[in-house]
Structures are given as structure tokens and as C-alpha cells.
Write a protein that binds this ligand. Structure first.
Ligand code: TEU
Ligand code: CA
Length: 557
């Protein structure tokens, strides 16, 4: 395998609005990020992915871009951005921007011009269709955020397609002019000195060649977009074109937000022949999802988590690197999702961290994950800012759940869980802002915050630092980065264990994801204890004892 600069890096996702507010307006900003770079460097982070900070009406919190070349004043100025790039370079760190090009905002110039003249040049930038002769919508597709995926072009009988919110019209990738604009934009940012992109909702850019209605999958007469995407063929041509004209010319790192990839597509997506550097492994995140909505989802228990992750690890083995996460800005907090509430403890958080962090692939940490931030509490639907949470709440009510039940199940999955401000201190607003935070701070900030964990050598933060340091340690780096992955004692319930082998070393990672202790055979003589969240592991033994939620990283002879 060709070595790439990003193979051995650790990445960190910043959701700028909630990271750190430097000027008291309650919204995180670029100067706020700059002031925390030393914190991130100290943690061991190399690559920073910024969720969108471009000019935007924030209908979907920045994933609706009104101008790809300017920043939203709420986040800062272009000078701030240039300073951020320079400051990261000084620290040998890299910036990834978010590339949101399946759609733009309805406030983008292109869309405004398309509405003025749907038959003109900019009409071709979008998917604009006539209504059917009987006045019905072009197709019965349901948008991801609820309701039809079609919205009227004001003052006409025409409709435009929006797979997400109606303020996010889909860009027509079939039009070469659109693609040229996208590539120009990517190169403009890469020339500015960023190191690459995280690429939003990218598998949605290719639509089925024929727009038609399908068998409804709910009583609303509509059908989820997955059905149409199944008929979308040939995305690879666009993706490789994008890679050739942009990323490969800059040796950039690109990580795709890929859902719905087809079984045999992986080698076209990552690895030597892939059009991205990496893609996220969402297997455990989609586990238990229901077509009906969040209210019908099944929890992902430790066994499910293990099998999802192992499936992806084995799938990518001969091909390339997944990017591994336990949460992001669209998901609940990982510790709240994968660990039963009554078992949530510092040991459990460390065990989960250890289990995912040493997998083969690029580890990503989402802001606040390193201090074990948890899901927040919502008192009523009015506490939700996120558009998808509000839609899912209504869906649950329509399905016959009571208000309390609807609130409870939406709370588990709400994207706002990840979007509450980072808890920096135990002071006002968790030290995030001197003003009023745009989204309330999680009430547990007095117990969970950066400041207190920085002083505590047994904190989760300290543990993440150890994990990162271990992954980068000169004697083990080669094994963790390029070594193989093999499940170990896969059938042992609630044990997530695997072996990383390479460069003459064998390393066992074992996390006991349950309250009960267990004893397991060692795969060989234990020569070294590289990490132990409890502190009672022994050398030279043939059987390994693991307390409840104990995690061990052991070197095997
Ligand atoms: O998320 C895309 C997303 O929400 C997926 O779950 C989607 O269902 C998938 O693409 C289906 O194929 C991204 C962003 O991360 C999110 O914050 C945005 O709201 C969304 O795109 C729209 O830009
Ligand atoms: Ca601010």
C-alpha cells in the first residue's frame, strides 16, 4: 500500500457553533477555535474537520450554503480563517472544511436566478420539473426531513427537488457547469491552504435517470429516497472526476459521508482505486434504524456494536481505511448510545473509547467526546432546535405515541444531543460563552468539563491522551496504522476483542462491555501492558481477567 501523509493521523471534528464563543454572542466562532488550538494539540489531534462555517441562513445549521466563497459573519471573517490556517500549520495541524454540494441554500445566487427564470441557465443548475397534468407533484418521494421532496418554484407551476429541507435545493450534477463550479470551489479552498474536505451526503448527488413514483412505504403515500437511490447508477464517474480535478492535484485528504453504498462499491470508494481517501464507518450508527422513524428504532447493544464494527473492519481489510467514530453532529453522544444508561461510568466510557480507537482506520473524535459528554435532557419539543428532531417528534405522535413517549424516543436520537456547547469549565454556561448560549448547556457541566479533567490523571480526557499517544508511539505506530485486524473470541458475549498484528508485533485490544467480570484465555504470553483502565492487569499469565467495563491493550509475545 502506498503510504499517505494522513494514514497515521488523528482527527477531531469541530461543530463551530457550539465549540467556543470568543465574543459573547452565544455562538461559537473561528477566533474561539484558534484560542483552543493548544488544547487540541496537547490532546494529540492532527486533523481538524470544521462543520460548515460558510455564509448561510442556518436553516440546517450551515449545511445550507448561500455562498461557498465567504464565511458567515457569525463565525468570523476570512482574515480569521486565514489566521486559523496559519496557526494550525505552525502546530503541524491540518484543516478540513465541510464540502456540501449535494445541495446549496435557497438563498444562494444560483437558486435565486433559477427562480427568476426556471428555463434559463440557472434553472439547469437544479432539478426543476413541471407538476403532473393532474396537478400532483412530479414524484411521491419523501424528503429526509419530512414532507414531499418537491417544493413549488414561487410564482410558477413548477417544482424543485430537495432531498433534505426545502431550503436546501439539490444541485444538478448532470450539468457539467455545476460540476465545474464545484471543482473550482474545492480548488479555491485547497489553494488557500486547507488540507482537504469532509464530503457531505455525497451518495445523494446521483439520482435515478428516470424520475418516477414508487410503491409508498408509509400511509402518507410517499416513499423514502433510498428507493430512488437504488436506481441511481454511475455515481463513480462523477466521484472520480471530482477526485482527478481537485483532491489528487493537492494530495488532499477527503473523507466521504457515505450512506447507502452498494455491497461491491467499497473498492471504488476507498483504497488504491478509491475516489476518496476514506469514508466513515456508519454500520453501527444505522444499526436498528427503522423505515418508520426514530420512534421505531432498536437500540444498539454491545453485541450489535461489536458485530457492526467487525463487519466493516473485515470488509475494508484488503481495500483501504475507514474513518472510525462513535458520534458526530448528527448522532446522539456515543457513550449514551452504546452504553446502557444505568451502567454509564468513567470505566465504561474508557472501555468504549479503547474499543473503537485502536481499530484499523482513521480515528475521529467529536468535540466533547474526549471528556465523555452525554446526551442532554429535553423537557418538551420546544427544546429542540434541530429540524429533524421536530419532524421525528411529529412522526411519533402520528404513529399514536403519547407526547411523553414521543419526547422520550426522539430525545434518544436527537441531533441536538451532540450540539450542546462544549463544557469547558464548571463556571457560567460551562465556560462556553459569557452571553446566552444559542443552545442550552447540558446540566451536567459541573461534573463533566475540560478544566476539571485536565487536573485529573484518571479522567477520560487523560485516557484519550494516552490512547492517542499509544497509537502514535514509535514502537507501535506501524502496527496500529498498518497492522491487520482479527476478531478475537468473537462469540464471547459483550466482549469486544481484537488483535492488531504487524511489524513483528501482536497486540490484543480487549474491552469488556458489561458490568460483570469475565476471564478469557490469552492468545499467547503477555509481554506488556500498554493500557489498562482499571490497573490490575498482570504479565505472564495464561488467562486474562477483566472486571466489568475493563479495557486492556496487551502486547503478546
Ligand atoms: O447528513 C446526511 C444525513 O443526514 C444522512 O443521514 C442522510 O440520511 C443520508 O445522506 C442518506 O443517504 C449530512 C449532514 O451531516 C447533516 O448535518 C445535514 O443535515 C445533511 O447532510 C444535509 O446537508
Ligand atoms: Ca461568537
Amino acid at each position: 500500500m502506498d503510504r499517505k501523509w494522513w494514514h497515521d493521523k488523528v482527527a477531531y471534528q469541530i461543530y463551530p457553533k457550539s465549540f467556543y464563543d470568543s465574543n459573547g454572542d452565544g455562538i461559537g466562532d473561528i477566533p474561539g477555535i484558534i484560542s483552543k488550538l493548544d488544547y487540541l494539540k496537547d490532546l494529540g489531534v492532527d486533523i481538524i474537520w470544521l462543520s460548515p462555517i460558510y455564509k448561510s441562513p442556518l436553516a440546517d445549521e450551515g449545511y445550507d450554503i448561500a455562498d461557498y466563497y465567504s464565511l458567515d459573519p457569525r463565525f468570523g471573517t476570512m482574515e480569521d480563517m486565514e489566521r486559523l490556517i496559519a496557526e494550525t500549520k505552525k502546530r503541524d495541524m491540518y484543516i478540513l472544511m465541510d464540502l456540501v454540494v449535494n445541495h446549496c441554500s435557497d438563498e444562494h445566487e444560483w437558486f435565486k436566478k433559477a427562480c427568476e427564470d426556471p428555463e434559463g441557465k440557472y434553472g439547469e443548475f437544479f432539478y426543476i420539473r413541471d407538476q403532473n397534468p393532474d396537478g400532483s407533484l412530479p414524484t411521491n418521494w419523501r424528503s429526509y426531513f419530512g414532507g414531499p421532496a418537491w417544493e413549488k418554484v414561487p410564482g410558477t407551476d413548477k417544482f424543485y427537488l430537495h432531498m433534505f429541507h426545502k431550503k436546501q435545493p439539490d444541485l444538478n450534477w448532470e450539468n457539467p457547469e455545476v460540476r465545474t463550479e464545484v471543482y473550482k470551489n474545492i480548488n479555491w479552498w485547497l489553494d488557500k491552504g486547507i488540507a482537504g474536505f469532509r464530503i457531505d451526503a455525497i451518495m445523494n448527488i446521483k439520482k435515478a435517470s428516470i424520475f418516477k413514483s414508487y410503491e409508498p412505504d408509509r400511509d402518507d403515500g410517499m416513499v423514502g429516497l433510498e428507493r430512488m437511490l437504488k436506481d441511481a447508477k454511475g455515481i463513480s464517474i462523477f466521484l472520480h472526476e471530482m477526485q482527478d480535478k481537485t483532491f489528487s492535484q493537492h494530495d488532499a485528504f477527503s473523507v466521504g459521508e457515505v450512506f447507502n453504498d452498494k455491497e461491491d462499491e467499497l473498492s471504488d470508494l476507498i483504497g488504491e482505486g478509491g475516489c476518496f481517501s476514506s469514508i466513515f464507518d456508519f454500520e453501527s450508527h444505522i444499526f436498528g434504524a427503522s423505515r418508520k422513524g426514530w420512534y421505531a428504532s432498536k437500540p444498539c447493544l454491545p453485541e450489535d456494536y461489536k458485530s457492526s464494527v467487525f463487519k466493516s473492519q473485515l470488509r475494508a481489510a484488503e481495500i483501504g481505511f475507514f474513518s472510525n467514530i462513535i458520534e458526530n453532529h448528527d448522532e446522539p453522544r456515543g457513550v449514551s448510545r452504546y452504553i446502557p444508561k444505568e451502567e454509564l461510568s468513567i470505566h465504561a466510557k474508557k472501555a468504549l473509547a479503547c474499543a473503537y480507537f485502536l481499530l484499523r482506520g482513521i480515528p475521529f473524535i467529536y468535540q466533547g467526546q474526549e471528556i465523555g459528554m452525554e446526551n442532554t435532557e429535553f423537557q418538551s419539543v420546544s427544546d429542540f432546535d434541530d429540524i429533524s428532531s421536530i419532524m421525528e417528534y411529529d412522526l411519533a405522535l402520528e404513529a399514536g405515541l403519547s407526547k411523553e413517549e414521543a419526547l422520550e424516543c426522539v430525545s434518544k436520537y436527537s441531533r441536538d444531543n451532540a450540539r450542546t456547547p462544549v463544557q469547558w469549565t464548571d463556571g457560567d454556561n460551562a465556560g462556553f460563552t459569557t452571553g446566552k448560549p444559542w443552545l442550552p448547556v447540558n446540566k451536567n457541566y459541573k461534573e463533566i468539563n475540560v478544566e476539571s479533567q485536565e487536573k485529573d490523571s484518571k479522567s477520560l480526557l487523560a485516557f484519550y491522551k494516552e490512547l492517542i499517544a499509544l497509537r502514535k508511539a514509535p514502537e507501535y505506530k506501524e502496527t496500529f496504522v498498518y497492522g491487520s485486524f482479527e476478531p478475537y473470541l468473537r462469540d464471547e458475549k459483550n466482549l469486544m476483542a481484537y488483535i492488531r498484528k504487524g511489524n513483528g508485533k501482536t497486540i490484543l485490544v480487549a474491552a469488556n462491555l458489561q458490568r460483570d467480570g469475565i476471564a478469557i484465555p490469552a492468545p499467547g504470553r503477555i509481554d506488556g501492558i500498554l493500557l489498562d483502565n482499571v490497573g490490575n492487569a498482570q504479565l505472564g499469565v495464561e488467562s486474562i481477567k477483566l472486571d466489568g467495563y475493563q479495557a486492556l491493550v496487551l502486547e503478546i509475545a
